[in-house]
Design a protein around this ligand. Sequence first.
Ligand code: 5AD
Ligand code: SF4
Length: 477
Amino acid sequence: MAKLHNVPPEELERQRQYALRVRELLAAKYPTRAPRAFVHTYGCQGNVADGERIEGQLEEMGYEFCDSPENADFALYNTCAVREHAEDRVFGNVGKLKNYKQKNPDMVLALCGCMMQQAHVRDRIYKSYPYVNLVFGTHVLHRLPELLYETLTGPRRVVCAPDSPGEIAEHLPVRRTGGVKAWLPIMYGCDNFCSYCVVPYVRSRERSREPEDVLCEARGLIASGCREITLLGQNVNSYGKGNVSGLNFAGLLRELNALPGDFKLRFMTSHPKDCTHELLETIAACDKVSKHLHLPVQSGNDRVLAAMNRRYTRAQYLDLVADAKATVPGLSLTSDIIVGFPGETYAEFCDTLSLVEAVGYTSLFTFIYSPRVGTAAAKLPDPVSHKEKTEWFAQLTALQEKIAAGARAQMRGRTYTVLVEGRAKAGGALLAGRTDGNIMLEFPGDPALIGTYQNVRVTDAGHWTLLGERTTDAPER
Ligand code: 5AD
Ligand code: SF4
């Protein structure tokens, strides 16, 4: 049976031919050095994974990479539309590019990603940022060679951001920068239409990669020394709907878990309404799957949850958490929460506080509600001031910090297995590694240990960072 959703091989071949033509053009334009590209990605890990495929294609076209747009021949912002703050940062940075372009008029300035799927954003770019040469949307990443060829050879600005049900482009070159960790998208798009969220509009309908394509990419990653693979999707729990194979997410996890090699699997994000007991049992049974579940609750109040179109109640969520904790001993839970959804009252917000206290999350990603053009929630009355929402937000983060400090204190003296990811951010001689539950530990050690699993005993459960030392003790987890 023909595969659903995939870009046909002839089209990918056509793009490869364009890539060769761009390569020749660039070689003639820069005879003494490689052309330089600057790529910056905003937003979620899904966008980061797209950025890696964009960079892979640029590499194929002959580009080297640089860390600042200042000396770039090609500068690209891969944008995020999920909150206003992310959008403002993009507009600010694009404004700054004008100076670089004045110094180097041959520089190509490009924008892509979720913001570019929105007509009002494209209009604003077109009118107010005339020096931007190329704009492309989330459904045409694989056509970058053709679009860049047009930009380099044609007189006009190139804009290509079709609305489409979305396709999957397999076998694109990938330039990975995650060291021993890698992102592996297993599905794209979203069908849930949470009332606050722009994603279904900018990423289109949900579609899953076929298991054989996911497994093939995973095998390649493991063979190249990758030690941790994070499976990505807006809602991994509905993986496989509409696929030829019919394999669901739990089944995919089991197949990945059975691959030989010394590696761990993580995944995100899980929508609570689709999180099954089968999945929980699979997490418990699969030795390579981390005992960590990112299960965004968004709110602890039933009226707000209904207005958000989340399709579960507080009680259902708490039942699911109880089942998860019982099925997967020692499970680490994390969540996303929105503060100040339109019409949320302080009493309703307090239900979120009590839920956070009841669940005991390892960590939280907290956001103040940001109205998004075209979403249902953006049309609702929103009487609470931003100042008040900021105060609620501070209350939530203080509560979570109190909970996390208690959990950190309990970790003192215990031993955990961590994957050593690199040097600690603060510098010095410390290395950094994450526990199975996704908690960062820092400890002294030789950088040669990066990429290995080590047992580390927590010696100091300080304010933000947990310090430890390598040990021969058996790990708790
Ligand atoms: N305003 C604030 N936060 C949002 N998120 C998604 N849309 C919005 C919005 N309009 C948050 C949700 C989601 C996370 C990725 O971003 O909590 O889970
Ligand atoms: Fe990711 Fe959503 Fe932001 Fe797009 S809008 S980059 S899907 S978080």
